[in-house]
Design a protein around this ligand. Structure first.
Ligand SMILES: [Zn+2]
Length: 369
């Protein structure tokens, strides 16, 4: 990013014009974050932390973070960036919010302190995410209704985003199956047109920022539906995870290695993969429902609402009979029909799997755990 500065050259105002338009704290925070990323990598403090990946504006999620941002208390509709305005000091300004930040105001009223704000862009909109430190609160306890409903087994899938061993209340309807809204598949058709236009207008051998206005127009057109898809998907996931965390005392999911599941289906030269095409489609859909995100949400939401989360071994959950425990691949008649070859019990395949998941937790549960 920053090249050598030769003697006699003004620095950095002249060479780095963008510097003037950026709040100093943003740059400081970026350097601090980069430092953390490198020391994490060097010390191998957490497993799975690799070499820091460089980011570039327009090539990744556009975002920055900075400390020292506050909510304007008198109207809750503005945030103040860059601290107090004082003559000759840090540039400070206000940004109006799309709607009043009631939730943030409540947290601040309870003694919360804003640590950091992350500003990010999704399509045409900008978002501000506040990181608030709250004074210690007593741990949440499951309500009586939660305890009465007990444990729920959850089978996360592709066509059916979730099947549960017990009905959950979702938007005032009790249901055991939540269909995948297929946001991406629906929008893909609409996007195809702009995708083609974008491809036609691409001039080879030129970086993105030097492409024509027409190319950028097509790109901006695509950004909006993509942002809407992301918002819809997030909405579905949050409804589901909140229902699971608030309506039961314990949620049980499969301990899936999402990274392995979405790994390329091509296999290796020695072990070529089978059904490469089908799996490629499946992988895309798997990422679409994003298991990892659902698990992440369940982890913190169960803590918020006094319930617990458990992840069990996923082996054969879809081939086991939930009545008699007989394991047979043939019991699974179709994608959705499960009919046990031993005892003849019939059940929706995904709900059967959800029952197995819940049962597996009871078997492995530690006393008091
Ligand atoms: Zn059976």
């Amino acid at each position: 990013m920053i090249g050598p500065v030769r003697a006699g050259q003004p620095w950095p105002r002249y060479r780095y014009r963008w510097w003037d338009g950026v709040n100093a704290m943003v740059c400081q925070q970026a350097f601090r974050d980069a430092d953390t990323a490198w020391s994490n990598w060097l010390s191998r403090s957490r497993e799975g932390l690799g070499y820091p990946r460089p980011k570039q504006r327009g090539r990744c999620r556009d975002s920055f973070r900075m400390p020292g941002v506050g909510l304007v208390p008198e109207n809750l509709r503005h945030i103040r960036i860059g601290g107090e305005r004082r003559p000759g000091g840090q540039k400070a300004f206000r940004v109006r919010l799309h709607r009043p930040a009631y939730r943030l105001a409540r947290l601040l009223q309870r003694g919360g302190e804003v640590q950091m704000v992350t500003i990010s862009r999704s399509g045409p909109r900008w978002f501000a995410a506040f990181n608030v430190r709250l004074p210690a609160t007593p741990a949440a306890v499951a309500t009586r209704a939660q305890r009465e409903r007990g444990t729920v087994g959850v089978d996360l899938g592709v066509e059916v985003i979730s099947a549960t061993s017990r009905p959950i209340q979702l938007q005032k309807v009790a249901t055991q199956l939540v269909a995948n809204p297929r946001h991406l598949a629906n929008a893909r058709r609409a996007l195809a047109k702009w995708e083609r236009r974008k491809a036609r207008r691409w001039v080879k051998g030129r970086p993105a920022r030097e492409q024509s206005r027409g190319w950028h127009e097509a790109k901006d057109h695509m950004a909006k539906p993509h942002a809407q898809i992301a918002a819809h998907r997030a909405d579905t996931q949050h409804h589901l995870t909140k229902a699971l965390a608030t309506q039961f005392a314990r949620a049980v999911i499969e301990d899936l290695q999402v990274k392995n599941m979405s790994k390329s289906a091509k296999g290796t030269l020695e072990e070529p993969g089978s059904m490469v095409r089908q799996k490629a489609g499946l992988n895309r859909a798997l990422l679409d429902v994003s298991f990892g995100e659902i698990r992440r949400q369940l982890t913190y939401k169960t803590a918020w609402y006094g319930s617990t989360l458990s992840a069990v071994n996923p082996a054969y959950t879809s081939q086991t009979c939930h009545r008699c425990g007989h394991v047979d691949r043939k019991s699974r008649r179709t994608r959705s029909v499960f009919q046990c070859t031993a005892c003849g019990a019939e059940v929706h395949a995904d709900i059967g799997a959800a029952h197995n998941i819940a049962a597996r937790d009871e078997r492995t549960a530690t006393p008091g755990g």
